[in-house]
Design a protein around this ligand. Structure first.
Ligand SMILES: [Cu+2]
Length: 401
């Protein structure tokens, strides 16, 4: 970043951080909040470019022969503008509390939403089936709907979430190096959303651009490297969209299978909560900026694997695919009473290190941790940054005889 850009960014972040409260503590002008947010996103390299690509002049014809090419035509009304950050003002102009995720669909019927445990098991690689969400040969077709919906994260808390497929995190995607992922996003939400796969090497201006309500976007890519990767909505402000639930894991296996193991996916995220009128909690953008989360958890729910542990047997190898979705904090992954015999710093099977107690997964990153369950017992897996562990980033691995 140049000195000019650096100075520009600091000029912009200052006012934004102070934009939330008026003299009486109420939220200040929605327009002021929005304007500053929009300008900030334009100042961030990549995000600004992505926004520019959302204009008609930024669109390019589809090139479906190129690896990672985006299909700009499917489901898209010709001439329709894609999102820019100004459209995110929907968040601020509706009847709900400004600067939160409390869009209408995200809060409707919130108190009546049922709790469910997020299944942490890595789904098997798709095999040969065909269909809307199946595979054809080595092509896996995936269709996600962006949807604003209430999600119960505990007995007493329902969050007005922005989701992929109605849950937080979104579905676990499992693919393989060199296979093709053909991904379609349809936006059923009120505000623009998008998809950014960290496992893809692709032109983000095309593939990761925002999609407005009722429209779809399709792109394809072939993962080059194995590993645990994050996916997330990249619509501005990205902080708000990740912080409101639009993230998940895409696990890429190497061509040569890894050693047999019990594979589990843990996506750590933070929640920054505000109250709404009907008791549903909403994600609070100003709290996100201050990076002081109310909850830090694995797979969207605090302490869910303490209440309902992950269970394996003595002799099992356990492989954790750990993704740190943030939006802002890392996961310092540790299993109490155990040691990782293998941690892959990069793509497995290369870059393995041995005999590890704790390793930090950066926000927006993912790593694979393996251990052998030689003895029975209850082994807590935690974010060993215990301010986060205390807020819900803890679970139990129960090793049965
Ligand atoms: Cu979004």
């Amino acid at each position: 970043m140049s000195e000019f850009e650096s100075r520009r960014l600091s000029e912009l972040t200052g006012p934004l951080q102070n934009a939330e409260s008026g003299p009486d503590g109420s939220v200040q002008s929605r327009r002021v909040f929005l304007a500053r947010t929009s300008v900030l996103t334009l100042a961030i390299p990549g995000v600004g470019a992505a926004l520019a690509a959302c204009t008609p002049t930024g669109s390019k014809p589809a090139d479906t022969t190129h690896r990672g090419a985006a299909d700009t035509g499917r489901g898209r009304t010709p001439g329709t503008h894609n999102s820019d950050s100004r459209l995110d003002s929907t968040v601020l102009e509706a009847e709900h509390r400004p600067g939160t995720s409390a869009t209408g669909a995200a809060t409707a019927a919130g108190p009546n939403v049922a709790y469910h445990r997020y299944a942490p098991e890595l789904p098997p690689l798709p095999t040969g089936a065909t269909g809307a969400t199946g595979t054809t040969g080595t092509t896996q077709r995936i269709h996600f709907h962006a949807r604003e919906a209430p999600v119960r994260i505990s007995d007493d808390t329902v969050v007005a979430a922005w989701t992929f497929e109605g849950d937080v995190p979104g579905p676990i995607v499992h693919t393989r190096v060199g296979d093709t992922v053909e991904f379609t996003l349809t936006n059923d939400g009120d505000i623009p959303h998008s998809m950014d796969f960290h496992a893809a090497q692709i032109d983000p201006k095309e593939a990761f651009r925002s999609v407005v309500k009722g429209q779809s976007l399709t792109f394809t890519f072939k993962p080059r490297f194995a590993g645990a990767f994050m996916y997330h909505c990249g619509t501005a402000p990205v902080l708000m969209h990740i912080g409101s639930g639009m993230f998940g894991a895409i696990c890429v296996s190497p061509r040569e299978p890894l050693a047999p193991a019990r594979d589990y996916v843990l996506v750590q995220n933070e929640l920054y909560l505000a109250d709404t009128a009907n008791g549903t909690r909403a994600s609070d953008y100003q709290k996100m900026l201050k990076m002081m989360p109310d909850i830090v958890c694995f797979n969207g729910r605090p302490n869910q694997y303490v209440k309902d542990p992950i269970r394996v047997k003595v002799g099992d190898r356990v492989r954790f695919w750990v993704v740190s979705a943030g939006p802002s904090h890392p996961c310092n992954f540790h299993v109490v009473g155990e040691q990782f015999d293998t941690v892959y710093l990069g793509a497995p099977p290369a870059s393995a290190i041995r005999g590890v107690q704790t390793f930090t997964v950066a926000p927006g990153g993912g790593m694979i941790f393996e251990l052998m369950c030689d003895i029975p017992g209850e082994f807590p897996f935690v974010n060993h940054g215990f301010g986060h562990g205390q807020k819900g980033a803890i679970g139990l691995l129960v090793v049965e005889p």
